[in-house]
Design a protein around this ligand. Structure first.
Ligand code: KG4
Ligand code: ZN
Length: 322
């Protein structure tokens, strides 16, 4: 079994089957909760990448069928654009421009975002190795905490001292790329720290380890994000993705943005981790921007880079329909 446990603990074949089984009940429940009938749906948006190929294929086939049978347009959406758009569901349209710190299980990037539906997303910096969420997931495993590791580290950290362990702050030196990230060294440092106790037959003080690791990640993320806003003269920072649910990342971002006079936007917890509403939010932006729908041969792209919110040509944008 172990060699099949990849992608942060998810077995791809099982994930695809779970998607297949969940598709119809989830669509039905979403409509029920919204008090809508299928005929009320005006467009269908679906994640076409990045992600596990099998799961993407299932979603795409289902979305095509749904759009075709309802006679409505289909939009193929980048998963990470969904994370960015999630914030609009709570806080309204994004200011143009804004700096977005996107921190998830698979990605960590600092972006300059203008009009999400029309303009290309500019990458100010990306991680050179592990994503921030991946660092939490791997460290949690080393600490013997459950998966996903981020929430487990967050909980364990409540009882700990964030200054107990001097974990490194990777790529924060004067000659380092100001907006690039690296988290694999931090994971190794966490492993070494835990090993030092175990070698003596002792249990590592996990609360202190978790709090210190969380502090290091939050420090690096927020320091670079605020610097990006300052240097690009941007007044709003948006923090999104699963790791934006982290209590210390949220608190430190708030503290540093306040000190720098930068407006901070972070979605509520339920919209930080993966959800369907965030993909619908991108669909809504694309419809309003007059984007052309996807062709019927729209395909999934498991490793799609984030360039545009839509993962198919949307043509020349017409004036907004609002
Ligand atoms: O965005 P997301 O739901 O899925 C991906 O697109 O990857 O992010 C999942 C990641 C996981 O690595 C998880 O450990 C992390 O977000 N995460 C957290 C917290 N909640 C979720 N990391 C730190 N603190 C949290 N409270
Ligand atoms: Zn995600």
């Amino acid at each position: 079994m172990d060699e099949h446990v990849r992608f942060g603990g998810v077995v791809p074949e099982i994930a695809a089957r779970a998607h297949l089984e969940a598709f119809t009940p989830v669509v039905r429940e979403a409509l029920d909760r919204a008090g809508l009938r299928p005929a009320d749906v005006g467009a269908v948006a679906v994640t076409t990448g990045p992600g596990l190929s099998g799961a993407l294929q299932v979603g795409l086939a289902g979305a095509k069928t749904l759009a075709h049978s309802l006679g409505v347009p289909l939009y193929g959406v980048h998963h990470l654009a969904g994370h960015v758009a999630a914030d609009t569901l709570e806080h309204g349209p994004l200011p143009d421009p804004c700096v977005v710190l996107i921190v998830s299980g698979g990605h960590t990037s600092l972006l300059l975002v203008r009009d999400l539906a029309r303009d290309p997303v500019v990458h100010l910096g990306d991680t050179l190795d592990d994503a921030a969420g991946e660092c939490f997931d791997k460290a949690a495993r080393l600490f013997g905490l459950p998966y996903p590791g981020g929430p487990a580290i967050d909980r364990a950290a409540r009882e700990g001292d964030p200054g107990a362990v001097a974990f490194p702050r990777p790529l924060t030196g004067p000659r380092d790329d100001p907006y690039a990230f690296s988290f694999s060294g931090l994971k190794t440092a966490a492993a070494r720290w835990a090993e030092r106790y175990r070698a003596k037959g002792e249990q590592p003080p996990l609360a202190d380890g978790a709090a210190s690791l969380q502090e290091a990640v939050a420090d690096v993320l927020t320091r670079k994000a605020v610097a990006a806003c300052r240097e690009h003269g941007v007044g709003t920072l948006v923090v999104v993705g699963g790791v934006a649910a982290n209590s210390r990342v949220r608190a430190l971002a708030e503290e540093r943005c306040r000190a720098a006079g930068i407006a901070l936007r972070v979605p509520p917890l339920r919209l930080c981790t993966d959800n369907g509403a965030m993909i619908a939010a991108v669909g809504d932006l694309l419809v309003r921007a007059g984007a052309a729908p996807a062709p019927l041969d729209l395909s999934a792209d498991p490793s799609a880079p984030l360039e545009y919110a839509a993962l198919h040509p949307v043509g020349r944008a017409a004036p907004a329909l609002v």
